[in-house]
Design a protein around this ligand. Sequence first.
Ligand SMILES: [Zn+2]
Length: 183
Amino acid sequence: MTAINLKDFCANPESDDREVLCHPFTKGEWSYGTNGHLLLRVPRNEAICAEFPRDKWGDVFELLDTLSAQKLELQPLPYYGECPEDEENNCGKCMGMAVIDGDCDECGGEGVLYAPVSVDLFGKPFAYRYIKKIQAFPNICGKLVPSPNGGPDMLFFSFDGGEGALMPRDRPAPRHFSPIPLS
Ligand SMILES: [Zn+2]
């Protein structure tokens, strides 16, 4: 497997104004990339010298340290087969033109409608685009754990070369898929 590029797990500066999430950073023994939903950490990479400037997510870092130390029994992630992926479709109301007497109210003047896909993971809905990303990691395993801020349970995951956490969706997307049982 090629080295993980933490930048791929950071927020996109074109769509996210939280500048602090738009580049990887290093804190203690680990280097991190996160977009606020998916947090990934790998052993400290000296090339990533940005230090996290605030301790806003200090509780999440501590939680990862705690979970790591607990040597939890993690399960392999379920299999979703040829699960469909997120789509962007031309808006049916404005036919992709984005305007009908001003901005189209269906697509907000974007001309496209975003159709995300979610999957059931250990009983909770997760965005499939993130699950697909982490499933590419070798020996990826995970477990639902209480989130530090009292929110819904999040996924703690570990793989050969790193670990991380993923927040669930509030609810399943209109296109929601269950795992395919392995016989
Ligand atoms: Zn429209």
